[in-house]
Design a protein around this ligand. Sequence first.
Ligand code: LLP
Length: 425
Amino acid sequence: MSIIKEVKGVLHLEEVALPAVAEKFATPCYVYSRAAITANWQAFSEQLFNENSEAPHKVCFAVKANSNLAVLQVLAELGAGFDVVSGGEIARVLRAGGEPANIVFSGVAKSDAEIRYALTQDIGQFNVESDAELERISEIASAMNTTARISLRVNPDVDAKTHPYIATGLEDNKFGIPMQNALTTYQRAAVLPGIEIVGADCHIGSQLTELEPFLAALERMLALVDTLEENGITLRHIDMGGGLGVTYTDEQPPQVAEYIQAMLKRLQDYPHLALYLEPGRAIVANAGVLLTRVEYLKFNGHKHFIMVDAGMNDLLRPALYQAHHNIVNVETNSSTAAITGDVVGPVCETGDFLGQNRTLKVRSGDLLAVKSAGAYGFTMSSNYNTRPKPAEVMIDGAQMHLVRARETLEDVWRGETLIPSTSLK
Ligand code: LLP
């Protein structure tokens, strides 16, 4: 759900005019809508939390998509679970009021310290990605006199038909345990001390715009469930990961209802099996924009450049994946002539663009909104070029809350020190 609307020629998020946000908190600035996050979450929860279900399904928001504490808080208050990939993300979820029991911990290189921390906090489960990790979790849990609930993340070898950097379920990817080894690893897990098998997990990729790869992965997961059952290992749930795509421009991903119903239908033969999902992008991408201001216009004789105050350090997706984000005027009644050019940032890299070949009616000082920026926007930002990270603002009805202050330079170099001076005597 997108919640941007135009009122008298000015873009609003919920009741708040975007120029008012820029005036109060300056630019560049991420702006999120609580109502949009809530509606996107409810699209999942309405499908999955029905009273009649024998097995309690779970939706675990993929924290990597947007880990701002207030975003996590909104979701925690709605009863969300969380998919995390680091000790840091566990700590964020707990800080925001999330339930430890609703946390699933994925990631290919969990450290001893992270495993210990997760066990101390008694999180819901580990999604184990290798035999070596399984052995390590068993050792640590046994030494702590506790039990780790685990799913194995298996690699179903399904082509997600998405950008190669965000496809994760192919044999060549580093993620998960190969399907052909899964039974052996489960059998090992069944006899290891400190381990309780609870489920199976997969995640085939991100920004999927078709149902078919999800259903193909589900078939392979259910074949595994059957094999395990034949070998005396009963699972309580399967976790089909995240990956449902969103509309950035003209993509037409399946509706949440269609996606979930297709899977639930197939799961009718497995009434004891709960379905877990780990959506990230589908919950937050279209619930946020990056607000930026035009600094300069430049024409080099054959090409126009619209230079803005947000760069690839603020929003990396266009530079890294050639991702297309719509960029629109915040004030839409401009009488300026339209120009077609690249929207570029201040960073000293040719790849520092937010959009290429865009037609906009802009002058220096105008505000632009980079749309669909709520997922993998701030979380992938950096301080490259010593650029302080931008502010984050949560809109709630007519209110705006600063949920992350713009960094200061002191923030940027915190922890750095000078060495003793070697000035000549
Ligand atoms: N679960 C696991 C184990 C994952 O690795 C991911 C995403 C998700 C869930 C959530 O996937 P989603 O529902 O958001 O598609 N930075 C990239 C996306 C990387 C996704 C990595 N894994 C981008 O900006 O497109």
